[in-house]
Write a protein that binds this ligand. Structure first.
Ligand SMILES: NC(=O)c1ccc[n+]([C@@H]2O[C@H](COP(=O)([O-])OP(=O)(O)OC[C@H]3O[C@@H](n4cnc5c(N)ncnc54)[C@H](O)[C@@H]3O)[C@@H](O)[C@H]2O)c1
Length: 386
């Protein structure tokens, strides 16, 4: 397996100055302790902690621990998540089931849904768990990769309930959330393929991280009402700019991103019967973000190619497919060609060994949380000077 450094993802915007390198196992311990204090069982807290820390471990840090104080603890405080909820199957058709998550913590319930999808796929070749009544699942890729680690293809799509962030191209009202989509697959001896993305050009978390760091966002992420490019990240929360779809303007493929966002709404919300972004009431809003991300819908599926043809053949073909991609001659010899999931896996291995970098500001937030919940703060291994 090639070991050269992976290219940086486009927007690692978190300031590095004074970052702490935190022991990964202890970060999991801290996060699980906090979730236990919020009422989760130890088993649920451990899975939820792994799902949340996955963001920081892999560098998808817009959906890592930064969301503990911004999203998950407020959900508990506002009674919008039920730590003890028992998700219930309301339809069981064998390969496909419908589940009411009953407001359980999405970080845990999406993982449990994928485990059920994998179990059904082992029997039928495919397993679908269609979830409504769900709450925020964090990084979709964490849950999709659970299937890849068991030799299957995992597909996860989540809508954002009735939360509306992005407008249709050419429209004046927000109608959809950032609707993440992830597809993961084993790649033989190579790192698993894990495509994990918002269907908008970036999630709001990355725009807000840039605003907090006083940095601009790349041209193409934000536009004003007239469609002009905006790079001032803070303009988003001032209501002076809106988030674009993957592909950007209509001429550069924005309808493909918008179409993908709607496809997620179909798979995750229409199939399950969860809350939806586009509903007539949305047209009464003032054009800025509106609605709440309650009653979220998940599409959680596993496909087991090994049920259809010999597992050894599938594994050899996957190794060849992704190995050929890795062997593609690069335009820049210093930037080897990689596929989605590769850099995240390399980073995760490095962070497991050396510690997970957390900005000084985020570490401060976690220390405050530790005090508030009377749990031990995460153990720092080193402080990064640069
Ligand atoms: N729960 C929610 O409501 C919600 C909403 C939006 C996003 N998210 C999550 O936010 C996270 C970040 O999303 P994002 O859109 O900012 O992701 P991103 O733009 O960082 O990456 C998108 C994909 O591109 C791949 N990629 C990026 N640079 C690459 C390179 N140089 N070589 C090869 N592959 C490369 C990544 O591996 C990834 O699969 C994801 O985990 C997503 O699930 C969650």
């Amino acid at each position: 397996m090639p070991l050269s450094s992976p290219p940086l993802l486009p927007a690692q915007l978190t300031p590095r100055q004074g970052s702490r390198l935190v022991d990964y196992d202890d970060l999991l311990r801290f996060t699980a302790d906090v979730f236990r204090r919020c009422g989760l069982t130890s088993a649920r807290a451990a899975v939820a902690a792994e799902a949340l820390c996955y963001g920081d471990l892999t560098g998808m840090d817009s959906h890592g621990l930064t969301n503990l104080t911004r999203l998950y603890l407020p959900l508990f405080e506002q009674g919008r998540v039920d730590a003890a909820a028992e998700p219930m199957l309301t339809t069981d058709a064998g390969a496909a089931v419908r589940q009411d998550a009953r407001g359980a913590l999405g970080l845990w319930s999406a993982a449990a849904a994928m485990d059920l999808a994998v179990e059904r796929a082992g029997r039928f070749g495919i397993g679908l768990v269609s979830v409504h009544g769900a709450t925020h699942l964090g990084c979709a890729g964490y849950h999709a990769a659970r299937a890849a680690h068991r030799g299957m293809v995992g597909i996860v799509a989540s809508n954002c309930g009735r939360q509306r962030i992005a407008r249709p191209p050419g429209g004046l009202r927000t109608l959809l959330g950032t609707n993440p989509l992830s597809i993961a697959a084993p790649a033989g001896a190579h790192h698993p393929f894990v495509l994990d993305m918002s269907t908008t050009v970036a999630p709001t978390g990355r725009v807000r991280a840039a605003a907090r760091a006083g940095q601009p966002v790349p041209a193409g992420w934000l536009a004003d009402d007239a469609g002009r490019t905006v790079t001032d990240a803070a303009a988003f929360d001032r209501g002076e700019a809106h988030l674009r779809w993957l592909g950007g303007a209509a001429e550069t493929g924005g309808f493909k991103g918008f179409g993908l966002g709607l496809a997620v709404e179909v798979l995750a919300a229409l199939v399950s019967g969860s809350g939806r972004g586009p509903e007539p009431a949305a047209l009464d809003a003032d054009g800025g973000p509106s609605g709440r991300d309650d009653d979220i819908g998940f599409f959680v599926a596993a496909v087991a190619p090994g049920v259809l043809r010999p597992e050894g053949e599938v594994a050899a073909d996957a190794a060849s497919l992704f190995g050929t991609v890795l062997d593609c001659p690069p335009a820049d010899p210093a930037a080897p060609v990689r596929y989605p999931g590769w850099a995240e896996a390399e980073r995760a291995a490095r962070h497991r060994a050396d510690g997970v970098p957390l900005s000084a500001a985020l570490f401060g937030e976690l220390t405050d949380v530790a005090e508030r919940f009377d749990v031990a703060a995460p153990v720092v291994r080193a402080e990064e000077a640069h």
